[in-house]
Design a protein around this ligand. Structure first.
Ligand SMILES: [Zn+2]
Length: 470
């Protein structure tokens, strides 16, 4: 283990600043000690096996409850009966403020995706602390953020910092698979959330490459997953006698039309801001295209250059990836059915049913059946002009005075839309500066790890955001 080192002068300065907020008597926070404690708590949390399926988040909820009980912070284990299979749970805690402003919720999911130990250098559930990193499944996605949220709330309680807003802490089950944890929580416990104005969880996306921070990313919007299964029924027969009742060519013809369909380009407000923000890092011609991306897309050269980036392309339009395809499992048999799977991701302001009708029109064949594979989540686009955004901006600029604080759209899905349904402003907030290569390798991959330095960084960063929004 490597304890965090921090110049003494800085520690004293931080303590003085903290002590002056609100004029109330506060105990200073020993950031070195808090960071070491947090690293150890995270290491233990990684050892709690919440690989989903089956999840077993009840163990994680008990782990969190034991910690909060010791601190005198009230918490509850919820939804053990509603969540299936047995052994699942949601978790809820609240640190009371004076109630003069509305509450802010810190949310993480307690489950993690499976890991293949044979590709790891150490056991994925070891929580090993080695070479300046905490290793294990969930360190990045997202037990690391969850424990930083927890320990920041605890530090605030211990320090006696006066709060105008309650701090709500939530752990959800099953984000990685079916999101049932957040669905059940919002359905059953809207009363616990009725005074919550803001919510922070995963889906920010600070961009760090080769040790250099490109921007702090605040997730205000995300794409909507709208997976479809396409199927055509036929009559099974022998492959030696071709027939028009073979469903495979018919499905292939439909897929060919879909593959050739270019979805229209559309710029949402957060994406518009994102391109404007990042434009300043580019040479003049490209800067011109990005600074006003709607105009830039009208320029053929600009359009080709922008859409060549797979991420930029994905945040500027509805996307369709053909990912699954099945006909016969025998070469000499014409199958009774041919099926395909489409991973469709919609912009937040696209109406799913209207998009489906467009696809059906393009295919133009009523023998091709579309079946939705998921209930689409509510659309997620949040306002940017808020106290929370300004608090994040301020805390970020204090750390990196020239840094951009921008709003990249998430192309993947989180639990945020589920909470947004209640009118809560839900931001993706990333408390760490994790190298892009570590995210690429570790998140849902192998040798997932979070640096000890990032834990220390994340604690103070989260603490400052919470302080500035009081
Ligand atoms: Zn996650």
């Amino acid at each position: 283990m490597q304890p965090m080192r921090q110049p003494l002068a800085l520690a004293v300065l931080v303590s003085l600043v903290v002590g002056s907020v609100g004029g109330a008597q506060q105990r200073p926070i020993d950031w070195n000690a808090l960071s070491t404690e947090t690293v150890n708590v995270l290491s233990e949390y990684i050892k709690v096996n919440t690989i989903d399926p089956p999840g077993n988040e009840l163990q994680a909820a008990r782990f969190l409850k034991r910690i909060l009980d010791k601190e005198g912070i009230e918490s509850r284990i919820l939804d053990t009966a509603e969540l299936k299979p047995a052994g699942r749970a949601n978790f809820y805690a609240r640190l009371k403020g004076n109630g003069s402003k509305k509450a802010i919720a810190l949310v993480h999911h307690m489950d993690v995706v499976p890991a293949s130990p044979e590709f790891w250098s150490s056991d994925p559930l070891s929580g090993q602390i080695k070479d300046g990193y905490i290793w294990g499944r969930g360190t990045i996605d997202m037990k690391g953020e969850g424990i930083v949220q927890l320990m920041t709330m605890i530090a605030i309680k211990r320090s006696g910092m006066p709060l105008t807003r309650d701090i709500v802490f939530i752990g959800n089950a099953d984000e990685e698979l079916n999101s049932t944890g957040a669905f059940v929580f919002v359905d059953k416990h809207a009363d616990l959330l009725k005074d919550v104005e803001f919510l922070m969880t995963e889906g920010g996306g600070n961009q760090v490459e080769n040790g250099k921070l490109l921007y702090y990313g605040v997730g205000v919007a995300e794409k909507r997953t709208f997976w479809q299964r396409l199927s055509v029924k036929g009559t099974p027969s022998h492959g030696s006698r071709p027939t028009k009742l073979n469903p495979v060519p018919r499905l292939v013809a439909a897929l060919d039309k879909i593959a050739k369909y270019e979805t229209p380009l559309h710029v949402t407000p957060g994406v518009d801001k994102y391109f404007r923000d990042i434009s300043r890092g580019y040479p003049a011609e490209q800067r011109g295209w990005l600074a006003d991306v709607k105009k830039g897309l009208e320029n053929p050269k600009g359009r080709a250059w922008i859409l060549n980036d797979v991420y930029w392309n994905a945040i500027l339009r509805n996307t369709i990836s053909l990912t699954g395809l099945q006909g016969s499992n025998k070469t000499n048999v014409i199958p009774a059915e041919a099926t395909a799977a489409l991973d469709i991701r919609l912009l937040p302001d696209t109406d799913p049913q209207e998009f489906l009708r467009t696809l059906q029109r393009i295919v133009g064949d009523t023998a091709v059946h579309f079946t939705g594979l998921l209930e689409p989540k509510p659309p997620l686009e949040n306002p940017i002009d808020t106290d929370l955004f300004r608090a994040i901006e301020r805390a970020s600029r204090e750390r990196d005075p020239n840094a951009l604080v921008t709003t990249p759209m998430l192309t993947a899905a989180t639990d945020r839309p589920t909470y947004r349904r209640l009118g809560i402003i839900t931001y993706g907030f990333d408390p760490f500066k994790v190298e892009a290569s570590d995210i690429q390798t570790g998140m849902h991959g192998n040798n997932e790890r979070l640096s000890v330095a990032n834990v220390g960084f994340g604690l103070k960063y989260t603490y400052d955001v919470l302080r500035y929004i009081q």
